[in-house]
Write a protein that binds this ligand. Structure first.
Ligand code: NAP
Length: 282
């Protein structure tokens, strides 16, 4: 019988996950379909119940349900629980278990593109939302210990770092204060929505004091090259956009459902094709 997978979110129409996962299922010869499901906040609990009742084998969770889904699941993986967000659900012996592959997907992507080991680098994370939490806690769980967090609302940056269960040496600061000491960072990770429509021509931070040889990573992938990445490239920094994070979070979910880590390069090409080209990373 065909196995059913999917993604729930609101909005969901432009999700690139179905193309990526359906192709990967086909490549491993599995009789499965991955479908986008438009689920509004008020229907979330019914949707989860319904998916369990009809035998859905696994699904991704996107905006705005990553936190609200937690109490609706039978079990939550410890890292996802610490992050406070689930983006992947797996049916295990009839029970729904939640995981977070966003943070792990990001760290895989960073390790793939950063020349050298990431553990000894001094990191600045810009933003303190859901994506920043996943990235910060996963980096900390992988022994990256020198991390500052800059955010428009500094209190949120402080809450994020205070709640981290892994040891980290770092401070919370304003975007302006981080810009003023930018030359102290080796890796800068941009996780706010600044750079996406409608803030497409904006940067969350000035790069005037960027260290020579620094690496600037922006998790936005639409557009492929944000204003921040454009300027970083002009300043000859290493750069990375959000495509690799996106495909690795998807690949990690696919591995949880099937036991197979798919061809991420192929996934990347499919996503780029859907976005319409213009690759910022190389
Ligand atoms: P979120 O939880 O809503 O957090 C948004 C962050 O952006 C907060 O730090 C917020 O600061 C900041 N921000 C928003 N508007 C701002 C402004 N005008 N000026 C300065 N800061 C502002 O969102 P999220 O889920 O973390 O997602 C953030 C971004 O990551 C989105 O662009 C999303 O598309 C992208 N993302 C990419 C991937 C991927 O696979 N590549 C995965 C997940 C998310 P305050 O705390 O001050 O409000």
């Amino acid at each position: 019988m065909k196995k059913i997978f999917g993604v729930i979110g609101d909005p969901i129409g432009h999700s690139m996950s179905p193309a990526m996962h359906n192709d990967a299922f086909e490549r491993i010869g599995m009789d499965a379909s991955y479908l986008p499901f438009h689920v509004t906040k008020e229907n979330l609990a019914d949707a989860v119940k319904g998916m369990k009742a009809i035998g859905v084998q696994g699904f991704n969770v996107t905006i705005p349900h990553k936190t609200e889904i937690i109490p609706l699941l039978d079990e939550v993986d410890p890292l996802a629980s610490v992050i406070g967000a689930v983006n992947t659900v797996v049916r295990e012996k009839g029970r729904f278990k939640g995981y977070n592959t966003d943070g792990l997907g990001y760290v895989r992507a960073l390790r793939e593109s950063f020349p050298g080991s990431i553990e000894d680098q001094r990191v600045l994370i810009i933003g303190a939302g859901g994506a920043a939490r996943g990235i910060y806690y996963t980096l900390a769980s992988e022994k990256v210990t020198q991390m500052d967090v800059a955010n428009r609302t500094v209190d949120k940056a402080k809450q994020l770092s205070d709640a981290c269960p892994y040891p980290v040496d770092g401070v919370s600061l304003t975007l302006e204060a981080a810009a003023a000491q930018l030359e102290t960072y080796d890796i800068i990770i941009q996780t706010t929505s600044i750079g996406m429509a409608p803030a497409i021509d904006q940067k969350p931070i000035s790069l005037d004091r960027l260290k020579q040889g620094a690496f600037v990573s922006d998790i936005i992938y639409n557009p492929l090259q944000t204003e921040l990445l454009k300027e970083a490239e002009e300043r000859r920094a290493g750069t990375q956009n959000g495509i690799q994070m996106f495909v690795h979070q998807g690949a990690l979910a696919f591995e949880k459902w099937t036991g197979v880590y798919p061809d991420v390069k192929r996934m990347e090409e499919l996503v780029l094709k859907q976005l319409g080209g213009n690759y910022a990373n190389r």
